[in-house]
Design a binder for this molecule. Structure first.
Ligand code: ATP
Length: 297
């Protein structure tokens, strides 16, 4: 890897004391406030450990996620991301450590936590023979929505599946399944969304729509815990990321701050068949901490 000149500009804001990094011509974004919009935590994890038999997957991980933000958990295949999500949602017990999600221990207070969260997982378990609409109406009833059908229709429209409302779920494409799973995660109007690889299998337009939904959800006060292999997606959405490697958190913080802290100001990347110099992003950070680039996992 070749490193070159800096393209970062630090702008101190006298009144607020905040610092904004403006980065031109790079892959991270145009201008981003580095201060947390809120300091209210929605997830606190301290020294969390979990093993499957002799396989120690989480070896004492700690992090905090804040209200109104997207927190991204990154890691190679098998790093333990889904295991972490399942523990945080109360879907499985953990070995030891402290886990606090919206003031609940997911293990002990599952009944209190479940109405507050929405979960979009890889295998959402839709009823394949029922229509998309019937599936959502069913879950709207479980969440005791006042008007299940209108809530279901509203969400089908939100994820762009209104044309498919009467199709059996078994007839939907993979990307449509994903969008239906997102609609289902939103049905109970959760405060906190867990999204496990939400754009896997989506075409670029559908992925952008999901990003817009996530942004709007956070602007409206919601919080998101995201796992993804798409590092550009994490750069765009996440106020904070943690990289999970060998059972431990290798680094945790704002993507821009982490890149500025650990990486040189410029790297050489292949773009359009040519090598160009750019400010580093999460791809380089991921490589730095895991010693593998995506695609070599
Ligand atoms: P991916 O990016 O491929 O989805 P991940 O980071 O989500 O991976 P996990 O699914 O949490 O990883 O798996 C972490 C490790 O734990 C893997 O080695 C996996 O084989 C193992 N594992 C996961 N679930 C179980 C289980 N129920 N029993 C035994 N081992 C498991």
């Amino acid at each position: 890897m070749v490193f070159g000149l800096c393209r970062l500009f630090v702008v101190p804001l006298a009144e607020s004391g905040a610092v904004i990094l403006e980065i031109s011509d790079n892959n991270i974004g145009k201008s981003v406030g580095l201060e947390s919009e809120t300091t209210e935590s929605v997830i606190r994890v301290q020294n969390l450990k979990h093993s499957y038999g002799s396989l120690s997957v989480l070896q004492g991980i700690s992090f905090t996620a804040y209200r109104g933000q997207v927190f991204g958990l990154l890691g190679a295949n098998g790093a333990g991301k889904t295991t972490t999500v399942r523990i945080l949602c109360g879907q499985m017990a953990y070995e030891s450590g402290l886990v606090d999600v919206l003031g609940c221990d997911p293990c002990r207070d599952g009944g209190k936590l479940r109405p507050l969260i929405g979960v979009m997982s890889e295998n959402p378990g839709h009823y394949e023979r029922l229509s998309a609409l019937a599936n959502l109406v069913f879950f709207a009833r479980i969440f005791q929505c006042e008007e299940p059908k209108s809530r279901a229709l509203e969400l089908l429209k939100l994820v762009g599946l209104e044309d498919k409302q009467n199709e059996p779920v078994s007839h939907l494409s993979k990307g449509m399944h994903q969008r239906l799973a997102l609609a289902r995660a939103l049905i109970g109007r959760p405060q906190l969304l867990f999204l496990d690889e939400p754009t896997s299998g989506l075409d670029p337009t559908a992925a952008v729509k999901v990003h817009q939904l996530i942004d709007k959800f956070c602007v409206d006060g919601g919080s998101v815990f995201l796992t993804t292999h798409y590092l550009r997606e994490a750069e765009e959405l996440c106020a904070q990321v943690a990289i999970l490697n060998d059972g431990r958190i290798a680094c945790c913080g704002n993507p821009l701050e982490l890149c500025a802290k650990y990486l040189p100001p410029e790297v050489e990347r292949k773009r359009g068949g040519r090598w160009v110099h750019q400010a580093p992003g999460l791809e380089e950070l991921f490589q730095y901490f895991t010693d593998r680039s995506i695609g070599q996992e």
